[in-house]
Design a binder for this molecule. Structure first.
Ligand SMILES: Cc1ncc(COP(=O)(O)O)c(C=O)c1O
Length: 411
């Protein structure tokens, strides 16, 4: 936690950094594997993993080696020229996804924006939707990022307030309700865009028949199914993609976060040629998208995923995490949801807010993130060990116990 020596660093942030976050008072100085070390050498078990961007652990040796090697060769040429890294990366990622083509971008929000642009273009060029008439069906309580078009279909008032006017062309229906998706589709619908498991909403796993039915509905109506696997994908839930739990193959994968190996932003739209082939030179782009450094790292990340090791770890260790957390039900925990090493834990609001419990946990050396008042998210790097899981949950149990003894932490 912070001490006097950290005051300067925090004062600079307070004064010169936009206040669009409210971080816990932990000042990271170094990190390795599942652990973050602060400026005073205190270690914290990272149970957030940068919202799944650090799935393979902080500074995974293979990723760091690939980055170092590429730093010594070439880092950025823009797409005005070719690089010897882009093709191999795209081929490897397309193979991992079982698709033909990759559109590389940087942030997750850019992948979502790009996916929506591709869907609209496909709608116009292939489906025959009149220009400017396309609509996209989305789920309520979604989280797909922060651009104006994306917050245009957010249900979160704080994400939208003051940011209008918004982009038209979206229809939001309840998450988990396939019939509502079918009802919302009309002749001008080009895509259904979903998180297979809603992350920011609190790790909401849909009913078992939901994604298979959405898949059928999309196919029957000639509508693209776009799965935003930016947080749920790349081994987080025990499979390469969360969609794999239900045997569902979307038309378009949106990937980000862990694709950059925890080193840099790297995102992608991945689809077959009949979809991504609608883009022609000049119609879309990004200066840094697919740069050689990102491509070298991305190819290494795909290599890690191809071993299957991280998917196995997430499934096995996730079962342990869920068991341990479930055991706290009734002792300050109201409900536990999720799959693999991804758990949303509703805590008894009488014990304090999620933020207060997170602060107490940080004081005990475990970093988590609250969402929606009294839900905590546990999403550790997939390199976490069984003992570390047990230790983290033991700290959580102690915090809940202390909160119950101390009374409402909000007072
Ligand atoms: C499902 C999902 N989509 C998109 C995004 C946006 O990613 P980024 O913050 O890299 O723009 C996020 C970020 O949390 C996300 O969870």
């Amino acid at each position: 936690m912070t001490t006097v020596e950290d005051t300067d660093v925090l004062a600079l942030e307070e004064r010169h950094t936009a206040h669009n976050y409210a971080p816990l008072p932990v000042v990271a100085a170094a990190a390795e594997g599942a652990w973050i070390t602060d400026t005073h050498g205190r270690r914290y078990l990272d149970c957030l993993a940068a919202y799944s961007a650090v799935n393979f652990g902080h500074r995974h040796p293979a990723v760091i080696a690939a980055a170092h090697a590429q730093l010594d060769r070439v880092t950025l040429v823009s797409r005005a020229f070719h690089s010897d890294r882009l093709g191999p990366f795209c081929a490897a990622l397309a193979r991992l996804c079982g698709k033909d083509m990759v559109l590389p971008m940087n942030s997750g929000a850019e992948a979502v924006e790009s996916g929506m642009k591709v869907a609209r273009k496909w709608g116009t060029d292939v489906k025959g939707v009149p220009a400017g008439q396309a609509n996209i069906v989305v789920a309520q309580n979604n989280f797909h990022g922060r651009t104006i078009s994306i917050v245009s279909f957010s249900s979160d008032d704080s994400a939208r307030g003051g940011f209008g006017p918004f982009t038209p062309g979206f229809r939001a229906v309840p998450f988990g309700d396939a019939a509502a998706v079918a009802d919302a589709i009309d002749d001008f619908t080009v895509a259904v865009l979903l998180e297979p498991i809603q992350g920011e909403a609190g790790i909401i796993v849909p009913p078992a028949d939901y994604l298979p039915r959405v898949r059928e509905i999309c196919t029957a109506n000639n509508v693209l199914m776009i799965a935003d696997e930016i947080q749920s994908g790349l081994a987080r839930t025990g499979y390469t993609f969360a969609c794999d739990h239900w045997g569902v193959v979307p038309d378009v994968y949106l990937l980000g976060k862990a694709l950059g190996g925890g080193v840099l932003p790297l995102s992608a739209v991945v689809a077959d040629r009949d979809v991504l082939g609608v883009l022609h030179p000049g119609e879309h782009g990004s200066t840094f998208g697919g740069n050689p450094l990102a491509a070298a790292i991305g190819a290494t990340v795909v290599g890690l995923l191809e071993t299957g090791e991280f998917q196995r770890r997430s499934a096995l260790l996730g079962a342990r995490l869920h068991d341990r957390l479930q055991a706290l039900t009734g002792d300050g925990v109201l409900a536990v949801r999720g799959l693999g090493l991804w758990a949303g834990v509703d805590i008894d609001p009488a014990l304090g807010t999620g933020k207060q419990i997170s602060l107490r946990l940080a004081q005990r050396g475990v970093l988590v993130k609250d969402t929606h008042g009294s839900t905590l998210r546990f999403a550790p790097p997939l390199v976490i060990t069984e003992d570390e899981i047990d230790w983290a949950v033991a700290q959580f149990a102690s915090v809940l116990h202390d909160a119950a003894v101390d009374g409402d932490l909000r007072s």
